[in-house]
Design a protein around this ligand. Structure first.
Ligand code: KG4
Ligand code: ZN
Length: 362
């Protein structure tokens, strides 16, 4: 083994993830039980439903990870767990479970920030995957998920300088809202990406919130504009109004062509702002690489656009494969190895931190 073997537990939102990761890099097992089907009927996550699903799934997920990795308890060096940010009830299930494992097997406990996990997913290697270069410091990381959207600068491991937060909504939240307005169901991100792929015209124009020269993001104005644009398109097709309320009874959807064109226009707006600010941030701080993480980083349009621009600037770029962009245990194991190396240990009195930040503004 090269580096410690960490058993990592992730339960901050709606995926129960348990992984075994060696040296903060090599995945031995990474099992994720997704609650997407459970939350689809309500069009969004109901916190208590999510917490109870973690409670049901956490042991079967551990069993599967354990079997996939084929290791013994004596091989495990530490237990890592997400302690925030996230839904309190969901976090508590994973934290309590990790504590019990740490206590019973006498392994050190390491507390990991979920957002740090999204950044460190870029270091992961799948089982059998060939070695490749690690991200080079200084780097700029764009974390773009359902709950968070921000740019940070890293000059070394586990040190973050916040370059730009979102002043209102996260990008994933906008995807989910517009997905509902288009009647595409939950979660909106993958559904909008699929719908946009069918667009034959690219004429729908959605606004972009540039917020001057800052690296800040804002997506609430885009959500409002989307509501207005989609309502007008529905009126054009003689359809009744639809507020896209979570769990509301289904109403007739826009034609496939209009849906595709609007999904494409919305996605282009989000991708344009995310890509432009990320590249400008990297240039401004003199970054030697760019890293992306979070569920929205699995979006093909965003990946393609940033890849093109990073290549044009001669900037190495690392975007984890889509399954490692969305929530999973391996990313927590990757970050935990750095915390462990820094001598960090959590006490068995560890509590959930639902609003834990990654970094405070510079
Ligand atoms: O990182 P994640 O799994 O959970 C959070 O920590 O929030 O991100 C989930 C978010 C959801 O808003 C979902 O709609 C979005 O990521 N997402 C996508 C795509 N896949 C997931 N957004 C755009 N395109 C995708 N392909
Ligand atoms: Zn996440």
């Amino acid at each position: 083994m090269s580096g410690p073997l960490v058993l990592a537990v992730e339960s901050s939102c709606d995926e129960t993830g348990i992984a075994l990761v060696e040296g903060g890099r090599r995945i031995h097992a990474n099992v994720v039980a997704s609650q997407v089907a459970l939350h689809a009927p309500t069009g969004g996550i109901v916190p208590e439903v999510a917490a109870r699903a973690h409670l049901r799934w956490v042991v079967p997920v551990l069993d599967e990870a354990w079997q996939a990795a084929g290791v013994r308890w004596s091989d495990v060096d530490a237990i890592a767990v997400t302690y925030g940010p996230g839904l309190a009830g969901s976090l508590l299930v994973g934290i309590n479970f990790a504590k019990a494992l740490s206590y019973v097997h006498r392994k050190p406990l390491v507390a990991v920030n979920h957002l740090e996990g999204h950044v460190y997913a870029a270091w992961l290697l799948d089982p059998g995957e060939a070695e490749r270069a690690e991200p080079i410091f200084p780097l700029v990381a764009l974390v773009v998920s359902g709950g968070h959207t921000f740019l940070v600068e890293m000059r070394d491991h586990i040190t973050y300088r916040l370059l730009g937060p979102t002043v209102d909504d996260a990008a994933g939240e906008a995807f989910d809202k517009v997905g509902r307005l288009l009647g595409l169901g939950y979660p909106g991100g993958p559904a909008i990406m699929a719908a946009a792929a069918g667009a034959t015209r690219h004429d729908a124009v959605f606004p972009r919130a540039w917020l001057g020269d800052t690296f800040d993001f804002s997506f609430s104005g885009l959500k409002t504009a989307a509501r207005r644009i989609i309502a007008a398109a529905r009126a054009d097709e003689g359809l009744p109004a639809d507020e896209g309320r979570p769990g509301a009874a289904p109403v007739p959807r826009l034609s496939e062509d209009a849906t595709a064109e609007l999904a494409d226009g919305f996605q282009e707006s989000v991708v344009d702002v995310l890509a432009t600010k990320t590249i400008r941030a990297a240039e401004t701080v003199g970054a030697r690489s760019i890293v992306l993480g979070g569920g929205v980083a699995s979006n093909h349009a965003l990946r393609g656009r940033i890849a093109d621009e990073a290549a044009a600037h001669g900037m190495p770029l690392l975007i984890p494969r889509p399954g490692l962009c969305t929530d999973n245990g391996a990313m927590i194991g990757a970050a935990a190895a750095r915390r462990l190396a820094a001598g960090e240990r959590a006490g068995l009195d560890l509590d959930a931190r639902p609003s834990l930040p990654l970094a405070t503004p510079a």
